[in-house]
Design a protein around this ligand. Structure first.
Ligand SMILES: *Cc1c(COP(=O)(O)O)cnc(C)c1O
Length: 414
C-alpha cells in the first residue's frame, strides 16, 4: 500500500478542504487511499474543486460518467422521474424495468436481463446462474477466470478475481476457482473441464492494466465452454456499453457468450448493474431464487434508457471510435518522444500507457496540473475519458502530459 505521506507534496489545502479530509480520516472506515482533491461539481468533461479550479476528466469516475457531468438530458430525466417515483419494490411492476431489459437484450443479442446495483453484484448473480444451470452434474461448480482479472469485491466475485493482493487477506474464499494465464489457450484448455460451471472473461482487462484478449482466444473459449457445457460469462462492466466504440467489446469477435455482465456507465452515474443472458441459461434462475431491494428501480432504469437513447441519437459509438483513434495517435506521438513509455494498449476510449517506472507519482503530478488520470497495475497510466470528449479536449490533456513527461524524474527505485 502506498500512502500520501511518501508521495509528492500536495498543493496546499484550504481550511474547508482540510475539514472535509479530517472528517473522513476520523470517521470513514479507512479503505480508500484518496487522491488529494475535493470535487465540488462537474460540467461536461471538466470537474471543479471547492476553489473553482478546474480539472480535465480523463477518468470519468472510473468509467462511469460516459456522458460527462450534468448532461442536460440526464439532469432533466432525473428531475422528472424523482418527482414521480424513485423506487418501487420488485413486488410490483413499473414502466421502465422491462423496457430496459428488452433494450439490453437486443443490444447484446440475448434473451433476458436482471437488473441490480453494481458490477460486483451482477457478477455474483451471473455466478449463481451458472451454478444453477450446472446443478445436475455432480461437482460441477468450478469457475475458470484469468490471472490479473478483476471482477469485484464481494466474496463470490473476489473468489473469481485473479489478483493475490485482493484475495489473500480474505481467504478462504468460495472454493472451485482456477486462473488461467492471459491469452494462453493451452493453459485455458488445461484448466477447463467437465467440472467447470463457468468461464469468466474480460474482453479487455481494465483494472488489470488494459490488456486485450485476442479474438481467436475468445472464439476458442466459446468452443471450449460448449464442449464442457460450461456457461461463458463476459465481464463487460468496464469495457462495455460503448467504451471501445462498440456496444460490447466482445462483439468484434463474433462470439456468443451465455451471459454478459455490465454496469459502470449504464445509468450515467446512478448505481445500476445488469446481467444479460441467453436461454436456456437465463431461465435457470426462477422465482424466489435471487433478488435485490434496490435493483432496477424506476429512476435508475429510466436514466439508463435515456443514456442508451443518447448513445444512439448522438452517434456516440462512432464518436468514440473517431476520438479514440485520435487519442491513440497522440499517445503514439508521446511514445516516440519519451523512451520510458514501453507500450500503448487498448481501443476506443479505453487506453493505457505502460511505463518503465511506477505511474502513481505521475498521476499525482497530472492532478496538480489539472488533469485527472488513473494509475493502475503499478506502472500503467489508464485513460477512460467521457464518450463525449472532443478532440480539442484530448489535445489539451495530451499537452499537459507532454509537459509533465518532459520534466519528470522518476524517484530512484529501491
Ligand atoms: C469495476 C469493475 C467491477 C466491479 O464493479 P463494482 O461496481 O465496483 O462492484 C467488476 N469487473 C470489472 C471489469 C470492473 O471494471
Amino acid at each position: 500500500m502506498v500512502y500520501f505521506c511518501c508521495m509528492a507534496a500536495p498543493t496546499s489545502f484550504t481550511a474547508r478542504e482540510v475539514e472535509i479530509q479530517e472528517l473522513e480520516n476520523n470517521y470513514l472506515i479507512p479503505t480508500y487511499a484518496r487522491y488529494p482533491l475535493v470535487i465540488d461539481h462537474g460540467r461536461g468533461c471538466w470537474v471543479y474543486d471547492l476553489e473553482g479550479r478546474r480539472y480535465l476528466d480523463f477518468l470519468s469516475g472510473l468509467g462511469v460518467n460516459a456522458l460527462g457531468h450534468a448532461h442536460p438530458r440526464i439532469v432533466k430525466v432525473i428531475r422528472e422521474q424523482a418527482a414521480r417515483a424513485i423506487h418501487v419494490s420488485n413486488l410490483y411492476y413499473h414502466p421502465y424495468q422491462g423496457r430496459l431489459a428488452h433494450r439490453l437484450s437486443r443490444l447484446a443479442d440475448m434473451d433476458r436481463a436482471f437488473l441490480c446495483n453494481s458490477g460486483t453484484e451482477a457478477i455474483e448473480g451471473a455466478l449463481k446462474i451458472a451454478r444453477l444451470y450446472s446443478q445436475e452434474a455432480k461437482d460441477k461448480f468450478h469457475v475458470v477466470a484469468l490471472e490479473n482479472s478483476f471482477h469485484g469485491r464481494t466474496l463470490g466475485a473476489l473468489s473469481a478475481t485473479g489478483q493475490a493482493k485482493y484475495r489473500t487477506p480474505f481467504e478462504p474464499l468460495v472454493p472451485g476457482a482456477a486462473f488461467a494465464r492471459f491469452n494462453d489457450l493451452e493453459d485455458l484448455r488445461a484448466k477447463v473441464n467437465e467440472q467447470t460451471s463457468a468461464i469468466l472473461l474480460e474482453a479487455i482487462q481494465g483494472e488489470g492494466g488494459i490488456f486485450e484478449l485476442d479474438a481467436d482466444y475468445l472464439r476458442a473459449a466459446e468452443e471450449l465452454a460448449r464442449r464442457c457445457n460450461a456457461v461463458l460469462i463476459f465481464d463487460e462492466i468496464q469495457c462495455g456499453l460503448g467504451r471501445t466504440g462498440e456496444y460490447f467489446a466482445f462483439q468484434r469477435s463474433g462470439v456468443k457468450p451465455d451471459i454478459v455482465v455490465t454496469s459502470k456507465p449504464l445509468a450515467a452515474g446512478l448505481p445500476l448493474g445488469a446481467i444479460i443472458a441467453r436461454e436456456p441459461v437465463a431461465s435457470a434462475l426462477t422465482a424466489g431464487m435471487h433478488g435485490t431491494t434496490f435493483g432496477g428501480g424506476p429512476l435508475a432504469c429510466r436514466v439508463a434508457l435515456e443514456f442508451l437513447d443518447i448513445l444512439e441519437q448522438e452517434h456516440l459509438l462512432e464518436h468514440v471510435q473517431r476520438v479514440g483513434a485520435h487519442m491513440r495517435a497522440c499517445l503514439e506521438d508521446l511514445k516516440d518522444h519519451f523512451h520510458f513509455i514501453k507500450t500503448i494498449r487498448g481501443r476506443g476510449l479505453m487506453l493505457a500507457l505502460d511505463l518503465e517506472f511506477p505511474s502513481r507519482p505521475l498521476m499525482l503530478e497530472a492532478l496538480h496540473a489539472g488533469l485527472l488520470i488513473n494509475s493502475t497495475h503499478d506502472t500503467v497510466l489508464r485513460f477512460l475519458p467521457p464518450f463525449i470528449i472532443r478532440e480539442e479536449e484530448v489535445d489539451r490533456g495530451i499537452r499537459i502530459l507532454r509537459k509533465l513527461f518532459a520534466s519528470y524524474k522518476p524517484a530512484p527505485q529501491v
